[in-house]
Design a protein around this ligand. Structure first.
Ligand SMILES: [Mn+2]
Length: 313
């Protein structure tokens, strides 16, 4: 039986030893309150990825050639706390193997585990939280591992910067510093919001991307849609700037809640994931190409010398 690979890439690019990138699916939907179905997110994302072109026009790269290992999914769902611990352990295991670790949910509570792992492994971590919802409750429905609490822990243990926010409970208002929350209604009137967000970030950045940050007109398949969201090209422009100017150490994407009658959101999620990888490796690819052309020059130089010597003989 052929083993499934990310985007159907050839086995030589999907090898756990040599792949630089790891993708961990977490099909968890234990705490969502309204529209269930985020447990189907990873499968819909993988299926859309298999039907997507792997040459990125914008960066001129084929980032999958750096290797993407599709890890076994985290299936622990006996309690929200145990799921978070399982995600924490698995994420940390691959960070310690020096991989670029990416996680696809599932609902947003999985990020409590991913953020904890990155915070264990990287100094002075910023968490860039892109979402419609503030997710700053310290407990909800009897647990601190609810999706409504996704970044409360990060607000206490990391430099949390929130973008696209347009929904919160009054009790969440004073949890994070106002300077570090970029509200959607302010972003729409501020030409400099991207630069201001980047200024608020330290060098090491983990991105947690809730797909409901996007406007429901382009991303309807999500558990709790909110009007007035971000659009495709401004989001890409922003992400590319973040990857260019900061050391993004990993990311997760959550809350794809697929609708069998409209697959466009699955493809948006697939493309977003691939764009983020393409931006991550854009500079590294350029440097490698530069080094290669440098070494070509050296060999030409050597050849010229050799011709000189030949002439003298
Ligand atoms: Mn959300």
């Amino acid at each position: 039986m052929k083993t499934r690979t990310y985007a159907g890439i050839p086995a030589k690019y999907a090898n756990p030893e040599t792949a630089e990138i790891v993708l961990i699916p977490v099909p968890y939907d234990g705490t969502s309150t309204w529209n269930k179905g985020a447990d189907k997110g990873p499968d819909a994302f993988l299926e859309a990825s298999e039907n997507m072109e792997l040459f990125d026009i914008e960066t001129g790269t084929e980032v999958y050639k750096r290797g993407v290992y599709l890890a076994d999914p985290v299936l622990e769902n006996s309690s929200p706390e145990k799921m978070v611990e399982a995600v924490h352990n698995k994420t940390k295991e691959f960070i310690n193997k020096n991989k670029f670790v990416t996680v696809f949910g599932g609902e947003h509570s999985i990020s409590i585990g991913t953020i904890r792992a990155f915070n264990d492994c990287f100094d002075d971590l910023s968490v860039l939280h892109i979402d419609a919802h503030a997710d700053l409750r310290n407990s909800y429905e009897g647990t601190s591992c609810n999706h409504a609490c996704a970044v409360y822990e990060a607000s206490q243990t990391t430099n949390l910067v929130q973008v696209g926010i347009r929904s919160m409970d009054v009790t969440e208002r004073d949890v994070n510093d106002d300077e570090r929350i970029f509200y959607a209604h302010e972003m729409v009137q501020d030409d400099y919001w991207m630069d201001n967000v980047i200024e608020a970030l330290t060098d090491n950045v983990f991105i947690t991307f809730d797909l409901d940050a996007f406007d429901p007109s382009i991303m309807p398949s999500t558990g709790t849609p909110e009007p007035g969201g971000m659009l495709w090209y401004e989001t890409l422009e922003f992400l590319r700037k973040v990857f260019e100017t900061r050391n993004v150490v990993g990311f997760d994407i959550v809350e794809l809640c697929p609708n069998e009658h409209d697959r466009s959101s699955d493809f948006l999620a697939a493309k977003l994931y691939y764009k983020m990888l393409s931006y991550k490796y854009e500079d590294i690819q350029e440097e490698e190409e530069f080094e290669m052309s440098e070494s070509d020059n050296h060999s030409q130089f050597n050849q010229l010398k050799k011709f000189d010597l030949d002439d003298e003989n």
